[in-house]
Design a protein around this ligand. Structure first.
Ligand code: G3H
Ligand code: ZN
Length: 288
């Protein structure tokens, strides 16, 4: 079985991106795994600190490992937006493939110092785990937002990227390039889209020289995704769009089966609703 680093190298060569989808239950995990296997593509699933607190750290690792082992599927697990060294170490010990240390809310120098510490701590547990660092504020939550959070919209500079990568030795960089976590109401209703600064992505890539992740993918213009990937993004994160599909799918299924109480009869349409979104996104990220 290939390591996640090999998958990223292949994606980089082929100018496609690996889709990353968050989960906090078996419905979404199955929806993602099935979508990727239907399209014969590698995929990454992620659990943030909140999602991990609900699923369980070792349980998330065991679930993903069981799918990988039983079906030989290239599905990888990321400890998304980890804010403490202790939680990064916990995920490393549980066998995660990637850990994102998120110091983006800290002053830049402090972010560098803490991320460097996280890289050393994780690599001392397992040198093959990839560590991602984040610079620039893109908001914190995969939710429906009343307004764009304060501070969002300031772009990472190529110089910051270069300094951050050199000082921390991260394997993957997540910059701020017009992206944002979550969706505003107008984005939910298709009246607005997130737009990315493609030339800035190319400039950051040239200075950083490492793999890059686009966070806050939900609601981004299709064309911007593809240009961002051509300019150097290797992983794309989607969460809020899946949460929306999950909620709508569940509401519809409960309405359609008012007297049903068996979860395995109520929930398959929810798997399908999420699966549809994941497939559309995977096709886009792989230029199909
Ligand atoms: O780490 C999670 C992602 O960056 C998700 O962002 O909820 O806007 O898709 P999103
Ligand atoms: Zn994110």
């Amino acid at each position: 079985m290939k390591m996640f680093k090999d998958i990223l190298q292949e994606a980089q060569q082929n100018k496609v991106a690996v889709g990353h989808f968050n989960f906090s239950d078996l419905i979404v995990l199955w929806a993602v795994s099935l979508a990727a296997s239907e399209l014969n593509l590698p995929v990454m699933v992620g659990v943030s600190e909140g999602e991990r607190a609900f699923v369980g750290v070792r349980q998330a690792a065991a679930l993903v490992r069981s799918i990988r082992e039983e079906f030989g599927q290239p599905i990888f697990l990321n400890a998304d937006h980890t804010h403490s060294i202790a939680k990064a170490e916990e995920a490393a010990r549980a066998g995660f493939d990637e850990i994102i240390f998120d110091g983006s809310a800290l002053p830049f120098d402090e972010n560098i110092a803490r991320t460097k510490e996280a890289v050393e701590a994780v690599k001392s547990i397992s040198p093959t785990i990839l560590v991602e660092g984040e610079i620039g504020w893109i908001g914190a939550s995969s939710e429906i937002l009343a307004k764009v959070p304060e501070g969002v919209g300031v772009l990472t500079t190529p110089q910051e990227a270069k300094q951050f990568v050199a000082a921390t030795k991260v394997d993957v960089l997540a910059p701020a390039v017009g992206n944002m976590h979550g969706l505003t109401q107008s984005m939910v209703h298709g009246e607005a889209e997130k737009r990315l600064d493609i030339s800035r992505i190319g400039e950051i890539k040239a200075e950083a020289g490492i793999f890059m992740t686009l966070h806050g993918g939900s609601g981004t213009r299709d064309e911007d995704f593809q240009q961002a990937i051509k300019a150097g993004m290797n992983i794309v994160h989607i969460n809020t769009e899946l949460r929306l599909a999950w909620r709508h799918g569940l509401q519809q299924s409960l309405q359609a089966h008012p007297d049903e109480v068996a979860p395995y009869k109520i929930l398959p349409p929810v798997v399908q609703a999420v699966n549809d979104v994941v497939k559309r996104r995977l096709c886009l990220f792989n230029f199909r």
